[in-house]
Design a protein around this ligand. Sequence first.
Ligand code: NAD
Length: 290
Amino acid sequence: MTSPATACILDGKLTSQNLLDSLSLELAQIKAQGAPLPKLVVVLVGDDPASQVYVGKKAKTAQKIGMLSELLTYPADTTQAELLAVIARLNQDASVHGILVQLPLPKHIDTLSVIRAIDPKKDVDGLHPLNMGLLMTGDPSACKPCTPAGVMTLLKAYNVPLAGQNAVVLGRSNIVGKPMGMLLLQENATVTYCHSKTADLAAVCREADILVAAVGVPNLVTADFVKPGAAIIDVGINRLDGKLVGDVDFTSASQKAGFITPVPGGVGPMTIVTLMANTLFLYRQGQPTA
Ligand code: NAD
């Protein structure tokens, strides 16, 4: 029999709710001033069931906090030219402050070309090369990718020590792994990236005071990967036997970790609240200063 988790749960649901409450207040103030409200447009191409759930949650959250939002859905056979035309229209539309193209896109569409077509000033997931470059240089005007930025907010909400700590990021995607390492570095952590070709993954991970798993392999990170007392952040969202599981084997890892995120209820809600915060951030950057 396994003993109960001893780790402190990093509760993304609760933390995100607190942040959503303060975003609601900010939006109510904007409304009361009679100013135009921030607007987020989410573009979904195809019928990937997981993506449909994610975009639904994003639109619903925007609505709940009083932000304008629109969900544009297109069939899987939409051409790249058609999608680029949609983005060009949204770029021109002054009422739109944030554009999010839900990934992954169907295989016949070049994701990088689509991301490059988004006006960097409306690039709410911070994936445009300009925003990636701003992030890399530590420029405060960078709009930071929602998932890693949400992880940072969660770590800070629980006062997890960052400076001088060993942080290991498992995964090197543009959307999670790479910017995650950058943000940890900006907080003075010592960062190591791991990926599918890393030798002796468990040994590298055991050095981590902060371990972020963004891989997409269910239960890859077991107790054997965990340094006692470490903060374990599980970004993974996988479906296993009809259940949502992360990249971390929560049951074993939580007995050794000091802090751990659950799946669901950890990083997922933090991604969504950061999307809302980023839309407001881009809106404010676009407003004339008094
Ligand atoms: P990706 O497929 O683009 O990247 C996965 C990375 O993991 C790659 O860099 C690869 O090198 C590495 N990898 C693959 N197999 C490995 C292995 N066996 N050992 C070590 N490294 C390995 O994925 P992504 O877009 O970065 O997403 C990662 C996971 O996070 C997925 O499960 C995705 O659904 C989830 N995700 C969750 C959120 C959220 O809000 N919670 C947001 C984005 C992505």
